[in-house]
Design a protein around this ligand. Structure first.
Ligand SMILES: NC(=O)C1=CN([C@@H]2O[C@H](COP(=O)(O)OP(=O)(O)OC[C@H]3O[C@@H](n4cnc5c(N)ncnc54)[C@H](OP(=O)(O)O)[C@@H]3O)[C@@H](O)[C@H]2O)[C@@H](O)CC1
Ligand SMILES: Nc1ncnc2c1ncn2[C@@H]1O[C@H](COP(=O)(O)OP(=O)(O)OP(=O)(O)O)[C@@H](O)[C@H]1O
Ligand SMILES: [Mg+2]
Length: 358
């Protein structure tokens, strides 16, 4: 009951927040989405991106273009949550939060004053056994204060694998799900959900973004077999179906996306550099585009009939296209020395190339 009223409040808020779209621009964008063909495997990615990216409108206030939160960042990894959170801002979200461990927070704050950083997570090494229960309730209460304000959570970049920390994150996932907040699961978040599939199974607003290792583990655990590249589309479709219709973005030479109903690929030329962190840019980007696609669909009052029509699939397609385009531009400029930071610097130009500000 509590959950459903929260859901309703949230949906009403999203619909209200779309007041900034003019009727005409909204109708035009719906037409654009509808005209995208459904049968080709290769997604019409640039058109989808254009269709779901909101206009910049002076009547909008801060927050309406998206508020995302990254749950990640521990003693070892501070780069990954930073990359995800800053990418969300660079693409156009208004606010980007990071919930990380106490050690990681000053470092992440030091990278950027743009991020709102909450130093609240704890790892086993810093907690006595007898304090664990109190500490996890405190952490959950703190995250809950913010939960319904977020349009999307990204769970996992640079999270690490500490068992106590992962227990707390499991609870955060359950709360996000109750509040109907979309969740992008990446990195160590995938390590967690692969062994606790119930956390996401059957949740249509969950997106999993596995890399080659993470995908292999998922296939082995869920389908009980090895990755089959001969029949990659069918296997991905089956995997998404088995996890109850979550959306999976399988990263690789081409990105493959499925929600168990449809499979789409994005093969726009990217970069031959495989420096660490590109997946983190992708997870932050997916969060923003999923939020935007969902806003558009909620505002359409049931008139949304495009193919694909699932906001999580549309968001994955747009994010993949943008990241790959930015990577290609960064590689053109920097060749072998291309790093993740260079790609982030190209997100704005790439978005402008595809979807110029009028
Ligand atoms: N600049 C940064 O801060 C960046 C940080 N990053 C962050 O790093 C984290 C791991 O992500 P990744 O992409 O390295 O994992 P992946 O390719 O599955 O594994 C590679 C190999 O390593 C191993 N392994 C991993 N973790 C392990 C552990 N705790 N303990 C033991 N083994 C472990 C793994 O073994 P296996 O998974 O097979 O057990 C595999 O053999 C994740 O939080 C990500 O966000 C990245 O986003 C890049 C930029
Ligand atoms: N062989 C490839 N050719 C072209 N692009 C690729 C290739 N492999 C991955 N990519 C692109 O790089 C992006 C990141 O994928 P990758 O597999 O490197 O993620 P990851 O290992 O999770 O990254 P991270 O280091 O951030 O954890 C994906 O969107 C994908 O489009
Ligand atoms: Mg990764």
């Amino acid at each position: 009951m509590l959950a459903s009223s929260a859901v309703l409040r949230r949906q009403q808020f999203l619909i209200r927040s779309l007041g900034g779209y003019s009727y005409h621009s909204h109708q035009t964008r719906m037409q654009e989405v509808k005209s995208m063909g459904g049968n080709n495997l290769e997604a019409d990615a640039e058109n989808i991106l254009r269709a779901i990216t909101p206009t910049l409108d002076p009547r909008k206030h801060k927050g309406q273009a998206g508020k995302v939160a990254v749950i990640g960042g521990c003693r070892e990894y501070t780069g990954a949550p930073y990359f995800a959170a800053i990418s969300a801002l660079k693409i156009g979200a208004d606010l980007s939060h990071v919930f990380c461990t106490k050690d990681a927070a000053p470092v992440i704050k030091g990278y950027s004053p743009e991020l709102i950083v909450h130093p609240i997570l704890e790892e086993s090494y810093s907690v006595r056994d007898e304090d664990k229960r109190t500490i996890s309730s405190k952490v959950l209460a703190e995250v809950d204060k913010w939960m319904e304000r977020f349009d999307c959570l990204v769970v996992g970049p640079g999270l690490g694998r500490d068992p106590f920390l992962l227990d707390i994150v499991s609870e955060i996932l359950k709360h996000a799900r109750k509040s109907n907040v979309p969740i992008v699961v990446d990195g160590d978040g995938l390590f967690l959900v692969t062994s606790s599939l119930d956390l996401v199974s059957g949740y249509p607003l969950a997106v999993l973004t596995p890399n080659v290792n993470e995908y292999k583990r998922l296939v082995q655990n869920v389908l009980g077999c090895e990755v089959n590249d001969e029949d990659a589309h069918e296997q991905l479709l089956n995997l998404a179906k088995q996890i109850g219709g979550v959306t999976i973005l399988r990263k690789g030479k081409s990105d493959l996306i499925s929600d168990g109903e449809t499979v789409k690929s994005v093969s726009i030329y990217g970069s031959p550099r495989r420096c660490g962190g590109q997946g983190d840019i992708l997870s932050g980007s997916v969060a923003v585009f999923v939020s935007w696609a969902r806003q558009l669909i909620l505002a359409s009052d049931g008139n949304f009939t495009s193919s694909p029509r699932n906001p999580t699939v549309l968001g994955c397609i747009a994010a993949s296209a943008l990241l790959r385009k930015a990577a290609s531009l960064a590689f053109k400029n920097n060749k072998r020395s291309t790093l993740t930071g260079d790609i982030i610097e190209c997100l704005g130009t790439s978005l402008e190339d595809i979807c110029p500000v009028h």
